[in-house]
Design a binder for this molecule. Structure first.
Ligand code: UDX
Length: 446
């Protein structure tokens, strides 16, 4: 009989995983403790912007005309315990307030709430990003809290999806990594990820700590790559070199590769910044903090980029923001997402506002979330409106919409045609040809 799957936590990770599991043909029950989220998802709506996710959801959510009906949502732990053979834990592990360590309370709560309702042989699979050692700590807790005699096992199966590509990354992962302590867990997970999801994807079986570390190591490597190229951008600026050309040239070496070498205002979002900090905190607890001191530098190079963009903008408008209008294009931490968590763009906008600049923001999908974080900033309904009267335009999130802007039309509405490209994504020649003073981070002024 086909395995029945539950997904606990229905944020980016959980909602996408649940829909992907239904797409593979499994019966799926998703749980969230927030009733409004469950109501939204049950109507086939996604509470965030993620390309392709709503279509996939509507294809499977029960009660929607023409759907397979394989996907349902609930707030009941009892229902989840009765329903599932495999329970995926997809809850958040945010950074703790004022600390580097990550907050494990949602994962712990998921395990403790689920365990007493497990009624038959069950595999509980953590997908959340957790500090190494978590699975080994949670496994005995799960066994202790499950009804006596119930056969329960824990596995850890980190998720590598990117926002904006969540559906594609889930259905066609680069690799599947499973951390197990027993053979049954591996067998069940091989069944879950059998073709087509596993087709062509390496299936790496490891122990708990290695599987947990794979995720934090991968994110640390990516963050390091970005901070490396941003450090090169600092040197290029000092030496009048061109970091984009440099990145292209070193990227031709296959050992280095071309990806994740775009210099700019740095990385943000709900993962990379908090994951490297949590990794440092955990290494400290393990007495291995020296091994990760370089991540402190990765973090500080990254944060410096935001300050540097503010300085460039201030210099561009004549040394002070007072009485100056600043147009900010982009609020989200990356394009094709409405996520503004730890967004470099929004941080730069906020700093300029605090220094007395009149900031107007436009973002294709992130306005609502940005408004919640910074209600005092101004928001415009289009890029053109945001630029009206501006003394400088800052391009801070590389939405494709911004690459398609007509610089000549924008030049008509600004006070002074000066643009700073914080993402190295605009075509300098086109902007300059339309009369703009164009400057990009880590590149010659021209
Ligand atoms: C990341 C990992 O890529 C993913 O595997 C993991 O599961 C979750 O964390 P995500 O946070 O969605 O995914 O974004 P990602 O595409 O990695 O970008 C992170 C940040 O780095 C963004 O702010 C982006 O603008 C920035 N970035 C990325 C750069 O500044 N330069 C680059 O070359 C690439």
């Amino acid at each position: 009989m086909a395995l029945k799957i539950t997904v606990i936590g229905t944020g980016y990770l959980g909602a996408t995983h649940a829909a992907a599991m239904a797409e593979l043909g499994f019966e799926v029950l998703g749980l969230d403790v927030v009733p409004e989220k469950i109501e939204t998802l049950s109507r086939g709506e996604v509470p965030m912007y993620e390309p392709g996710l709503e279509d996939l959801l509507r294809k499977h959510v029960a009660g929607i005309e023409g759907s397979t009906g394989r996907l349902r949502f609930t707030t009941s732990w009892e229902e989840v315990g009765e329903f599932g053979d495999v329970h995926f834990i997809c809850v958040n592990t945010p950074q703790k307030q004022g600390e580097y360590a990550c907050d494990m309370s949602y994962v712990e709560s998921a395990v403790t709430q689920l365990a007493p309702w497990l009624r038959r042989p069950a595999l509980v699979v953590g997908k959340s990003t957790v500090p190494v050692g978590s699975a080994a700590r949670l496994a005995p807790l799960l066994t202790k809290l499950a009804p006596a005699g119930t056969d329960v096992e824990l596995a850890w199966n980190p998720e590598f999806l990117r926002e904006g590509f969540a559906v594609r990354d889930t259905l066609h992962p680069d690799r599947i990594v499973v951390g197990v302590a027993g053979e049954r867990a591996e067998k069940v997970l091989r069944e879950v990820y059998a073709v087509p999801i596993g087709e062509g994807s390496p299936f790496v079986v490891a122990d708990y700590p290695t599987a947990e570390l794979v995720k934090t190591a991968a994110n640390s490597f990516l963050a390091t790559k970005i901070s490396f190229i941003n450090a090169m951008a600092e040197v290029c600026e000092a030496a009048d070199g061109d970091v984009a050309k440099l990145a292209e040239a070193i990227g031709h070496d296959e050992r280095i590769g071309r990806k994740f070498l775009r210099a700019g205002i740095g990385f943000g979002g709900g993962c990379l910044p908090k994951d490297i900090r949590a990794f440092m905190a955990r290494a400290g607890e393990l007495g291995a903090d020296q091994a990760l001191t370089f991540l402190r530098e990765v973090d500080s190079i990254n944060m410096r980029r935001r300050g540097h963009m503010v300085e460039l903008a201030r210099e561009t408008v004549g040394g002070s923001f007072l009485g100056r209008r600043v147009a900010v294009l982009g609020a989200t931490f990356k394009p094709d997402s409405d996520d503004v968590r730890d967004s470099p763009a929004l941080n730069v906008a906020g700093q300029i506002h605090l220094q007395g600049g009149q900031v107007t923001i436009y973002d294709p999908k992130g306005m609502e979330n940005a408004r919640q974080v910074f209600p005092t900033l101004s928001y415009a309904p289009s890029a053109l409106e945001a630029c009206r009267g501006a003394h400088v335009v800052l391009h801070l999130t590389e939405w494709s919409e911004f690459r398609e802007l007509d610089p000549a039309a924008l030049a008509e509405v600004v006070a002074t045609p000066r643009v700073l490209d914080g993402r190295n994504a605009l075509d300098a020649a086109t902007w300059r040809a339309a009369g703009w003073t164009f400057r990009a981070m880590g590149r010659p002024r021209a």
